[in-house]
Ligand binder design. Structure first.
Ligand code: ADP
Ligand code: MG
Length: 396
C-alpha cells in the first residue's frame, strides 16, 4: 500500500480518505499548505516520505500548483493528486504543474482508492528509475576541506571564491558547507539569507534522505548550493562529528565538488571533515606566527595520518613588504607552497558586499591567484563567472 499524506481537507474528506486507504494516511495539520517540499517534510513526524500527496479543495489553487511544481522538480518520486472542480483550465494548470491526477471534490472512497493506487504505482515506478542512478551512478565527488590553525587568515574568503569558481566551471556542480559551526559567515560572504541552516540540514528529515536534503540547501544566484552556518553558537554545537561525516558523504553523492569552510584549529567537526576529504586546502597568512601555526597543524595531521591525497598549501595576505619569501615559508613548513594570494584592498570590499571577488570578472591580483586555485580542481577550463548582484544581502 502506498504511503499517503493528505492536506487541505475538511473532516468529512479525511473520513472518506481514511476509508479509501484503510486508515493508512497521514493528515497534515489544518491551515495553509506547506509552501515548499522542505516545509512539507518538516511536518512529517516519522520522516518517511509519502508516495502520494493528496490535496483537498481547501487550499487556494495557486498554492497547490506552486507546491506541486516544486515537488515535480525536486522530488519526482512523489505523486500529487488534487481534488478540485475538474474544469478545462484547472486540468491544464494541473498538468503544467506535474499533478498526477485530478478528481472532483465529491469523489467517493472507491474512486479515491483507485486514484491513490494509480498515483502510488507511478511514484514507485519513477523511484525505481531514479534510485539506482542516485545510489550507484552518481558522483562520489571531491570533498575539499579548507582549514587553518588561525582565524582571520581567509578561510571563508578562499572557500567562497573556490566554490563560486567551480560553479562557473561546471554549473550546478558544487555545494559549499559552512562548518565554522559557531561563528560561520558563509551566508554573509555570499550575500545569502538562508531559510535553513546547518543544524536543519544535519538533523531531522534532511539527514535521512538525499532527496529531502537537496530541498534544504540554499541556492545562490550563480547556481552554487550552500549549507549556511547555524544561527547561534549553541545551535551550531548540536552538530556532531558523526553528523558531519554523514552530511558530507551524502553531499558527495549529489555534487561533483563539496567545498567545506571550517573554524580555526582542529575541532571535532573539522577533523570529521578532514577525514571525509579527498583534498585539503591548508591556509596561512604570510607571517611568522601564521607559518609556525601551519607547521604545527601539518605535523599533527601527519601524525594522525589525516592528510588527504590532494594537499594544497595556500599562503594568503602575501606582501612584499612583510619580509618573508615563499622559500622561507617552504623551509619552515617542510613542504611546497602551491598558491600565493597577495593582500588586496579589493578582497575586504568584496567580503563586505557579499560578492566573492572571482565573480566580479576583475583583474585584481588576488582574484587571479584565487582563479589559479580553482583551476587546480576544475576539470574544464574556467569561464569567468558572470556578474550578479548580492540580491539577498542581509539587512544587518
Ligand atoms: N588576500 C586578502 N587581502 C586582503 N584582505 C583579505 C584577503 N583575504 C582575506 N581578506 C579579508 O580578511 C578578513 C578575514 O577573512 P576570512 O576569509 O573571513 O578569514 P577566516 O575565515 O579565516 O576567519 C575578511 O575581511 C577578508 O575580506
Ligand atoms: Mg571564516
Amino acid at each position: 500500500m502506498s504511503r499517503v499524506v493528505l492536506g487541505a481537507a475538511d473532516e468529512e474528506l479525511v473520513l472518506r480518505v481514511k476509508e479509501a486507504t484503510d486508515g493508512d494516511v497521514h493528515v497534515l495539520p489544518a491551515g495553509r499548505l506547506p509552501a515548499d517540499p522542505a516545509r512539507l517534510f518538516e511536518q512529517l513526524v516519522d520522516g518517511e516520505l509519502p508516495d502520494v500527496l493528496l490535496i483537498g479543495p481547501l487550499a487556494p489553487l495557486p498554492e497547490v500548483f506552486g507546491l506541486a511544481a516544486r515537488l515535480d522538480v525536486q522530488c519526482p518520486g512523489i505523486s500529487v493528486v488534487l481534488l478540485a472542480s475538474p474544469t478545462a483550465e484547472t486540468w491544464q494548470a494541473a498538468m503544467r504543474a506535474g499533478v498526477r491526477d485530478l478528481l472532483p471534490p465529491t469523489a467517493d472512497a472507491g474512486e479515491l482508492r483507485a486514484a491513490v493506487e494509480r498515483a502510488g504505482s507511478s511514484a514507485a515506478g519513477r523511484r525505481r528509475v531514479l534510485r539506482p542512478a542516485e545510489e550507484t551512478a552518481r558522483y562520489t565527488g571531491r570533498v575539499i576541506t579548507v582549514a587553518s590553525p588561525k582565524g582571520g587568515v581567509g578561510k571563508t574568503t578562499v572557500s567562497a571564491n573556490l566554490a563560486i569558481g567551480l560553479t562557473a566551471a561546471a554549473p550546478q556542480s558544487t555545494v559549499l558547507v559552512d562548518l565554522d559551526v559557531q561563528f560561520g559567515d558563509v551566508a554573509s560572504a555570499l550575500g545569502l539569507a538562508p531559510e535553513y541552516a546547518l543544524p536543519d540540514v544535519a538533523h531531522g528529515p534532511a539527514a535521512e534522505d538525499t532527496m529531502v536534503l537537496k530541498t534544504f540547501l540554499t541556492q545562490h544566484p550563480s547556481g552554487l548550493y550552500a549549507v549556511c552556518g547555524a544561527e547561534s553558537p549553541a545551535a551550531g554545537d548540536t552538530v556532531t562529528a558523526a553528523d558531519v561525516s554523514r552530511l558530507l558523504t551524502s553531499l558527495a553523492r549529489e555534487f561533483r565538488y563539496v567545498v567545506v569552510d571550517t573554524a580555526p584549529g582542529l575541532s571535532e567537526q573539522t577533523l570529521a571533515a578532514l577525514d571525509r576529504a579527498t583534498d585539503v586546502v591548508m591556509l596561512s597568512s604570510m607571517d611568522v606566527p601564521g607559518v609556525r601555526g601551519l607547521r604545527k597543524e601539518l605535523d599533527v595531521l601527519r601524525e594522525l595520518c589525516m592528510i588527504p591525497a590532494g594537499r594544497h598549501v595556500v599562503m594568503n595576505f602575501a606582501d612584499a613588504r612583510g619580509g618573508l619569501s615563499v622559500r622561507d615559508v617552504e623551509t619552515a613548513i617542510g613542504t611546497g607552497v602551491d598558491v600565493v594570494v597577495p593582500r588586496s584592498a579589493a578582497v575586504p570590499v568584496s567580503t563586505n558586499q557579499g560578492v566573492p571577488i572571482v565573480a566580479g570578472g576583475r583583474k585584481d591580483p588576488a582574484a587571479k591567484e584565487l582563479r589559479r586555485l580553482v583551476s587546480r580542481f576544475a576539470a574544464t577550463p574556467i569561464v569567468r563567472p558572470g556578474r550578479y548582484r548580492a540580491k539577498h544581502r542581509a539587512a544587518s
